[in-house]
Design a protein around this ligand. Structure first.
Ligand code: ADP
Ligand code: MG
Length: 703
């Protein structure tokens, strides 16, 4: 019998959550904290001290020695700097463990080593971390001991956001304000807040750690830069939802336990489409907590993998020709009196508030398809989007049969008098209960799909923070809500006006709706005909951040200033160049030190064989044939290596960030492809025993 897990007890044991605050804080202080959490405002200095002490006492009781302001700089990962609770010793040499309200609320840090995209000169180093009271503090335990982590936002000395959390929080306020205006129009006077809820399904690969260590490309760039395809791929569809192997199962079990302790509701786990690929989905929660938790999920996935002799790859495309990994960002809007604005009910045609919300979302997504695409852009994701198994780089919306039908009725006649209902599913087996079908089938190929009571944004990359996609979603929908409310609040006849507006929005923006196969080549042409943007690479997407339209949107709602947008664009160029440069240098290194020497050695073996075989009077046609083939391909590899070296050197020398990024894209990447092609061909020609690194088959089939 395995040991019984008490999940209820385990859950949140490492989190200073509301329950613990209620237990440990005086009633008045607790109330004040709750009020600030729900409605904003500031905690008094006295209360902050009380909260800090309670938090510290709890942390210390649980073994903590340090605290850290935990934040999310623009490199997409999290950062922490640990400070011990110890204080200056007293006369007798004793120390006390202390933590003040001031230390809880504000931290000062040297921000100059985080990307700022020109927001500050390096000498202007000061940055501040500010406590996000809405996301609970938690304990992280590793070799450094137990650390109290306090989620914070990072701003520069002059108040610009240097992180991903600040704009997200700003966008949450914007959408709350605008969505409230919408629900008020429909007579909801109780709601005081509307919150975006997010559930992020996380895909990942697991490979054996020993094999990982033999692949410099995995170590330095998180993906394989070389590798001939394995004889078997995912064509048998035998991995998706397949029985989970023991080693992976024990990893998943440990991962769940660690996440539950951190208050992350790890809920669903399964094997994914590609061999060695898996998925974990938590239950949805408030957007900023979901963002923090997704960072913890990624971090914990990597940490737990080490304990199991595994390595967790979060890259969007670790293996060419095999499914990549994404992160489905499920998004909905809920009022604090419990109404999900994206819940159509059984008869959406009668749910005018829902139809208005839907029309606004379609308008938002169509108007800002470029920005939404940008929000999911990262260098790794370029390799995934548009590749067969991932949603294309073109944004479109899948509504499903039921809503599509309602929308068509509205466009044609201005009103909708019926909704298609889900029928009974007849299995033809008398012992199987007949069940109610959903009114709509699923569509796996859409980048932005309506799935019952939420939208699922599937473009996001597996390694990326979900902060930007949700910031952009909140922003663009807030704008559409705002424009609708501006008109409807002034309308003399609300019913008439709202119907007109719904019809108008749907008619104007219907081109964004696409219920067909998003993976089909024809869709690319059709989308082009409709005038929908198809932005295939991250650096093209970067330019969308500073268009007049984007600046107007983000400045209007105080989410990003123009300077903040420019800095993000600049960082995208810089990051693109840095990552591609690392990849190119890794390839050069591997080719020079691993592949070419191994093949040179192999040609010697072949040549010796040819000689010896001939000496004994036999024909060595096969041996010389292989030798010839190998030598030719070796020459190709060498030529490609030289070309890549030259291209990389040229690109690395450029000063202008944008020019440099394009040089990497248009030249270095092309040379990388040639070198890879030659080396991968060699892999298929050369004796496996001499191949210096584990193959694709070794990596993904033998975990
Ligand atoms: P699917 O299998 O269609 O992708 P699931 O029901 O498994 O959908 O949910 C996937 C993710 O969506 C989970 O993280 C889940 O918690 C989240 N989710 C479910 N309902 C909502 C909602 N109303 N808003 C946001 N996320 C949601
Ligand atoms: Mg899903």
């Amino acid at each position: 019998m395995s040991e019984v897990l008490n999940v209820e007890e385990l859950f949140g044991s490492k989190v200073f959550n509301l329950g613990k605050m209620r237990e440990r804080l005086p009633k008045g202080v607790f109330k004040e904290v709750k009020r600030v959490m729900d409605q904003g405002g500031e905690l008094s200095k006295e209360s902050a001290d009380v909260v800090a002490k309670a938090m510290k006492d709890w942390a210390v009781e649980n073994g903590a020695t340090h605290y850290t302001h935990w934040f999310q700089p623009l490199n997409g990962i999290t950062a922490e700097k640990h400070d011990a609770f110890v204080t200056h010793p007293d006369e007798e040499g004793r120390t006390l463990m202390e933590f003040s309200g001031k230390e809880l609320i504000k931290g000062e840090t040297d921000a100059s080593s985080f990307p700022s995209g020109g927001l500050r000169a390096t000498f202007e180093a000061r940055g501040y971390t500010v406590w996000d009271i809405t996301s609970p503090a938690f304990l992280k335990e590793d070799a450094t001991g137990v650390i109290l982590c306090i989620p914070t936002a990072l701003c520069s000395y002059t108040g610009e956001a240097l992180d991903k959390k600040t704009p997200l929080l700003r966008s949450m306020e914007a959408i709350s304000t605008q969505a409230l205006r919408i629900v008020r129009l429909f007579g909801n006077t109780e709601a005081t807040k509307v919150t975006p809820s997010v559930g992020a399904e996380q895909e990942y690969f697991l490979v054996d750690h020993e094999k990982y260590l033999k692949r410099p490309d995995l170590i330095f760039s998180g993906r394989t830069l070389f590798g001939a395809p394995a004889p078997k791929g995912q064509e048998l569809e035998d991995h998706y939802f397949g029985a989970i192997r023991e080693r992976i199962g024990s990893y998943m079990k440990d991962l769940n336990i660690e996440l539950w302790k951190l208050g992350v509701t790890a809920k669903t786990q399964h094997n994914e489409v590609a061999p060695a690929q898996h998925e974990l989905a938590p239950i949805y929660e408030t957007a900023n907590i979901a963002v923090d938790h997704n960072q913890l999920v990624m971090e914990t996935m990597k940490k737990v993998a080490c304990r199991h002799g595994l390595n967790c790859l979060l890259h969007e495309k670790p293996f060419a020709g095999v499914n990549g990994s994404g992160k489905h960002d499920n998004w909905s809007l809920t009022t604090d009196n419990g109404v999900n604005l994206l819940d159509p009910g059984k008869t959406p045609n009668e749910n005018v508030q829902f139809l208005l919300v839907l029309a606004c979302i379609l308008k938002a997504v169509d108007t800002h398809a470029d920005l939404l695409r940008q929000s999911a852009a990262d260098v790794g994701n370029d390799l995934r989007l548009g590749a067969d198994e991932a949603p294309p780089a073109i944004i479109s919306v899948f509504l499903g049969e039921q809503l599509d039908d309602v929308v068509r009725q509205l466009i044609e006649t201005g009103s909708a008098d019926h909704s298609i209902q889900g029928e009974k599913l007849i299995t033809g087996v008398s012992t199987l209960t007949d069940i109610e079908k959903d009114a709509t089938d699923r569509n796996r190929t859409s980048p932005f799909a309506f799935t019952g009571n939420k939208f699922e944004f599937r473009m996001v990359g597996s390694s990326d923070s979900i902060a930007s996609p949700n910031t952009t979603l909140n922003a663009i929908v807030a704008e559409a809500f705002c424009e609708a409310a501006d008109r409807l609040e002034k309308a003399e006849n609300f019913d008439l006006a709202v119907h007109d507006l719904i019809k108008e929005y749907l008619t104007e923006h219907q081109r964004i709706i696409f219920n067909g196969d998003g993976y089909a080549k024809e869709w690319v042409k059709e989308a082009e005909r409709r005038g929908l943007p198809n932005i295939t690479c991250t650096i093209d997407a970067a330019a969308t951040l500073t268009t007049e339209k984007a600046v107007k949107l983000f400045e209007k709602f105080g989410i990003y200033s123009k300077t903040e947008l420019e800095s993000r664009k600049e960082i995208t160029y810089e990051t693109y160049s840095k990552i591609t440069n690392i990849e190119a240098l890794t390839m050069i290194d591997m080719a020079k030190k691993l592949y070419i020497p191994a093949v040179v050695e192999y040609t010697k073996t072949l040549a010796d064989t040819v000689k010896v075989v001939k000496e004994v009077g036999e024909v060595a046609a096969v041996q010389s044939g292989i030798l010839k083939e190998v030598t030719t391909e070796l020459q190709n590899a060498f030529t490609a290596l030289k070309a890549l070296e030259a291209a990389t050197e040229k690109a690395a020398g450029l000063k202008n960030a944008k020019e440099q990024a394009y040089e990497f894209k248009d030249n270095v990447k092309v040379q990388m492809d040639s070198l890879r092609k030659a080396v991968d061909t060699l892999e298929t020609l050369v004796d496996k025993k001499v191949w210096p690194v584990p193959s694709y088959a070794d990596l993904i089939f033998e975990v």
